[in-house]
Write a protein that binds this ligand. Sequence first.
Ligand SMILES: Cc1ncc(COP(=O)(O)O)c(C=O)c1O
Length: 395
Amino acid sequence: MAIARKIVDFMERSSWIRKMFEEGAALKAQYGADQVCDFTLGNPDVPTPPEVEEELIRIIKEPIPMKYGYMPNAGIPAARQTIADYLKDEQQTEVSADGVIMTCGAGGALNVIFKAILNPGDEIIAPSPYFVEYNFYADNHGGVLKSVAPGPDFSLNLDGIAAAINEKTTAVIINSPNNPSGVIFPAAEIAALGRLLEEKSKEIGRVIYLISDEPYRKLVYDGVAVPPIFPVYRNSIVANSYSKELSLAGERIGYLALHPEADDFRQLVDGFIFANRVLGFVNAPGLMQRLVARCHGTTVDVSTYQRKRDRLYAGLVAAGFEVKKPQGAFYFFPKSPLPDDVEFVRELQKFKVLAVPGSGFAGPGYFRLAYCVDDATIERSLPIFKEVGEKFCRG
Ligand SMILES: Cc1ncc(COP(=O)(O)O)c(C=O)c1O
């Protein structure tokens, strides 16, 4: 075997999205791409705002010394300062630029955090459903991800989290707005989680970090806001990116921010910077750092996602699907009308609709539809969902 057994095993376990993508590609080749409704990929399709592209062109034309050169591993000071300034508002906390480190997206930020805090066998608790890559990110750094089933309507199950904590627990990772459920954890739940972690850290005699993975923070609807974590818990870290809010997913730009009053702040920051370096990221892409230093605060047109959400939600509900209206991000996570979500997704394929089984997100019994797709796909899918609903939901 050319590659490690563990990687073969991981590839097999993580292959739902890839499998669906490949099977979808075969369907598209057979029937034509415009005949297949592909809801598998969370690739943001609302265009990057024109003023952001114009700013990028300006930066390219400006004479900046060492514009394309190496830089401090933590990033360009102006980008870190801009973000720290914004976080004062967003996290309602006086954030220092020292605690902001520029990363290759939120995925890069999470790997940097995990590398810096995990000892072999340490555990990270993830309320399910969750972004499947967390498993692999934890394993990258010798950690183990422990899944905790959600409360009703995908709320935080605090009793479950409490029961999962033991002396190996290093962090709890939450993701709000959530991929795949679209849920935003309300302020009261976040505050209760903060109190729980405070208590449990004392009980086990070590700090349990709260990591908040927030790449969808700006993609929120109906005026709902994502509550900040810094005011409720000191030993907390935010991971964020511009992949979704500026549709810059391929450019790999994001950041992590450490609470200014976290225990051992300086040592943690130094650990993060070192991890950014030795993971081979070295630093986040320079042009993108300069760009977000000037454009942070701008977002894509979120109303476009909201319109798509509303249209598809109405269609799914009318078809008889049981689905919670997403408050943010760009995914639906309806209940599978068949007990086996994989079987149901295969049934959907027969109608030339591509989705991902909830099992791929530690959420069996559900399936995920990414609605960052063109309007034509949504319109084409509505009569199909009606037909599928008649067959599977009305029994
Ligand atoms: C919940 C979640 N976290 C992190 C990421 C990684 O995003 P980035 O492109 O910022 O690395 C994604 C990407 O889809 C995601 O859905």
